[in-house]
Design a protein around this ligand. Structure first.
Ligand code: FAD
Length: 377
């Protein structure tokens, strides 16, 4: 074969190959697209549920109370009432509370409460050289923060926008931005914070939820996490008519709380188990500046009529390591954490009862089972 023939043959061959590839391309693309969002099915049954809990979100219609007031010789800085956003906002409102503390010039500070808000606030104060003692009725795991889902949700049940002031909207934005930045520094630390795929599935067109009582995201801050993208049927394996996808952050709560406690004590922080029953108990503390991070516990001590519980039930399935996504369906959602797969999604305003209801768990299981049954192979 001379050089000219060879080039011609090679040319025809590569053309044939190229056209074959072109013919296969749409199918390969479809497979590639579909496999991008092909998620493993959940093993769902009531006997895989190892834990059911009810936590009380500390909700205030006007938003979390971040304020400074005098009580006799003491300065009290309030940082409580975060609704369904306490994990997400903990660093941000902790930073706002820290600014109020630093304005007093005090370096010995008492923090009341050892939930996610108290721990973040205490650590931020340590970073500015404060000597911090936490006084708390209970320690993790016996705190509301340990009964949360663990998603980045800074606007979930954070306030009632009809009641909250425009100034609160600004504070919220400042807190949200601060928290978001802080979480990026926690990525890679033993998976206590990570990014996951979050899917929303529905057979009805998806509307943004606006009712704060049912978990509506009352504020939106574009540009922090990626916007939700609608997926076409060939991009996923769910059976639902409408499927949305975005990346979101999640928190592995037990390891996160452990990390915070360890860091706090490692940096010289002290923890005292002590219940604050009345204002006189605060007056008796040695520190002149006291940060109130007692969550719902602040209601009675500080006589706050606005603070109300919004209860939320969770059911935890045995961990399934291959399941790493979050899924929202109408009436139930799941999030896969290291310690288990959590089903949840309800909110009862004003309910103080922390007894798990089996029928609520059964409804979560049934709703998610429907989604799994409809998934295409
Ligand atoms: C079902 C559910 C799901 C949630 N999901 C999310 C989510 O995905 N993302 C998110 O950001 N948030 C979520 N939240 C909200 C979040 O859990 C709360 O906003 C957060 O835990 C509040 O933290 P905290 O530290 O203020 O309160 P707590 O965790 O309640 O801590 C309060 C601390 O104060 C102490 N204390 C109380 N009273 C007294 C007293 N009288 N004397 C001394 N100490 C006292 C307690 O012992 C405790 O240590 C969820 C909540 C629930 C219930």
């Amino acid at each position: 074969m001379n050089r000219r023939n060879f080039l011609q043959t090679a040319g025809v061959g590569s053309l044939a190959l190229a056209s074959g590839v072109t013919a296969c391309a749409p199918r390969l693309n479809a497979i590639a697209q579909r496999s991008a969002h092909r998620v493993p099915k959940l093993k769902l049954s009531l006997d895989r549920i190892v834990k059911e809990t009810v936590g009380l979100r500390p909700f205030r219609a006007s938003g979390p109370r971040i304020a400074k007031e005098s009580l006799g010789n003491k300065t009290i800085v309030h940082n409580y009432g975060h609704g369904g956003s306490g994990w997400s906002l903990s660093w941000g409102t902790g930073n706002l509370a820290r600014e109020l503390v630093l304005s007093t010039g005090e370096k010995k500070v008492a923090v009341l409460g050892c939930g996610t808000v108290g721990l973040a606030t205490a650590r931020l104060l340590q970073e500015k050289g404060c000597e911090v003692t936490i006084y708390t009725k209970d320690l993790p795991p016996n705190v509301t923060s340990n009964l949360a889902t663990g998603t980045w949700s800074p606007a979930s049940r954070v306030c009632d926008p009809k009641v909250a002031s425009p100034e609160f909207r600004d504070l919220w934005e400042k807190a949200t931005r601060f928290s978001f930045r802080r979480f990026q520094f926690m990525l890679g630390l033993d998976d206590i914070v990570s990014w996951v795929d979050e899917y929303s599935v529905s057979n009805e067109p998806m509307q943004p939820r606006t009712d704060p009582a049912i978990g509506g995201e009352v504020y939106h801050l574009p540009g922090l996490i990626p916007d939700r993208k609608d997926l076409s049927p060939n991009e996923h394996s769910f059976g639902a008519k409408y499927v949305g996808w975005r990346s979101n952050m999640m928190f592995n709560i037990p390891s996160y709380l452990h990390h915070q406690m360890t860091m706090f004590t490692m940096l010289g922080g002290k923890i005292r188990v002590q219940e604050i029953k009345r204002l006189e108990d605060i007056d008796a503390l040695p520190e002149a500046c006291v940060v109130n991070c007692m969550g719902l516990g602040a209601k009675e001590v500080f006589n706050d009529p606005e603070l109300t519980p919004v209860s939320g039930q969770l059911a935890c399935l045995i961990p399934q390591p291959e399941v790493t996504y979050k899924l929202n369906a109408r009436g139930a959602s799941i999030i896969a954490r290291k310690d288990g797969i959590y089903l949840g999604g309800n909110g009862l305003v004003g309910n103080w009862d922390t007894t798990p209801q089996r029928e609520v768990t059964e409804k979560f299981v049934y709703t998610i089972q429907q989604v799994m049954n409809e998934m295409r192979a």
